[in-house]
Ligand binder design. Sequence first.
Ligand code: UDP
Length: 235
Amino acid sequence: MQYKRILLKLSGEALMGERQYGIDPKRLAEYATDIKEIVDKGVEVAIVIGGGNIFRGVAGASNGMDRVQGDHMGMLATVINGLALQSALENTGVQTRLQSAIKINEVAEPFIRRRAIRHLEKGRVVIFGGGTGNPYFTTDSAAVLRAIEIEANVILKGTRVDGIYTSDPEKDKSATKFDFITFDDVLKKGLKVMDTTAFTLSQENELPIIVFDMNKKGNLYKVVSGENVGTKVNL
Ligand code: UDP
């Protein structure tokens, strides 16, 4: 395996599968199987999960809700997704711990960096819920932050598209995919990989990002074993 310790970022929307809202149990089970495959190879896996399938703070704000209140709902949504993913992983026999950035002690451990690292060393998958614990941030920022804190080798951003394209491949048929791209080129070309806060944090800390299609069975294994899948953003 190419990477010893990874941070996998899954969006909340990815968990919807074919649905319009919430969690598709079939999709969740597929993700769990894919993750188990790399855990069995000895890869240390931490996961940050989004909440967009349940609630987004900006959506609340656009309906007249206080933004911070909405973001609190969004953070709780990520804890719900974390619990669902934990359950699916444990059904496959993988040991897990859920750590939350907001205190919710009856449900999840608090985020404690040293403890998270210890869990990883013992082969447990650590799921980070609650984002960064602060409003006005995204779970992409949480993913980069946690990846740096636990000294992950790479961030794997699992999405519905198989990498970064010159333009939106769903709109532009002539769009071509990058196998590799630098942080600087992503910024220069105005490409969208993560929100700017998250992206800059990754760049400043020299943490590579791989964007890949998580919905294709076996792709996660390929990425972690160093196959040229998706797009790698590097210095
Ligand atoms: N959120 C937040 N702080 C964080 C991470 C998330 O307030 O550090 C809230 C925010 O309202 C966001 C929601 O949680 O809209 C869900 O996260 P995100 O939109 O990143 O989920 P994804 O797009 O990955 O499903």
